[in-house]
Design a protein around this ligand. Sequence first.
Ligand code: GSH
Length: 217
Amino acid sequence: MPTQALKLYFAPGSSAFAPLIALEELGAPYEVQRVDLAAGEQRQPAYLRINPRGRVPTLTVDGEPVTEVLAILTYLAHAYPHSELLPLADPLKLAHAYEVMSWFASTVHVAFAQIARPERYADDEAVKAALATPGEARFARTLADIERLARGSGPWLLGEAFTAVDAYALVIWRWAQRRQIDTDAYPAWSAKTARALARPSVKRALQRESTAPAAVP
Ligand SMILES: N[C@@H](CCC(=O)N[C@@H](CS)C(=O)NCC(=O)O)C(=O)O
């Protein structure tokens, strides 16, 4: 197993939950540091030195920052292949894993941000409010698409093995619950989510998320 020093900068409830679960899957030591998004800590010079885009997550590997959920999951899967976070030996399965995860990052996350972070799209309060309704509809359409994916065979989203896709899907599940969306409307995804939430790595990630120290160095 590699011996790099790993440190995840994250915020509770954010997309950083996917790399947090992935880190727990590795069984390797790592540190975590909470970034207070509500207080704007992600825009403070100390954090911008680590991630100039001012977003979480960031993973530092021996002090070198890697940003973007997809890049972090890719790094962990390759550096710790025993974790089987991604189907590295099967190019077609791997393509399907990236198909889903890049859609999560480029479309589902962006749809959610239209509701949760309207300031990214407009300054004017009326325009922000006008963005909310189509944003909710766009986000709901993406959830229906995840339900379609979850109807596939096997206990996990890609079939027989738990992968980074399942970890990333939990992020979106939590966002749906935060928006008080009726997740019972997605029975196949609900069943796969319940299985994921019962996984020891996910339980440990939830625990780590709630007890992680704050403050950027
Ligand atoms: N494309 C980035 C998106 C990261 C992102 O938008 N993170 C959110 C939390 S889920 C964030 O840092 N928001 C803080 C802000 O917008 O100021 C990724 O996939 O890592």
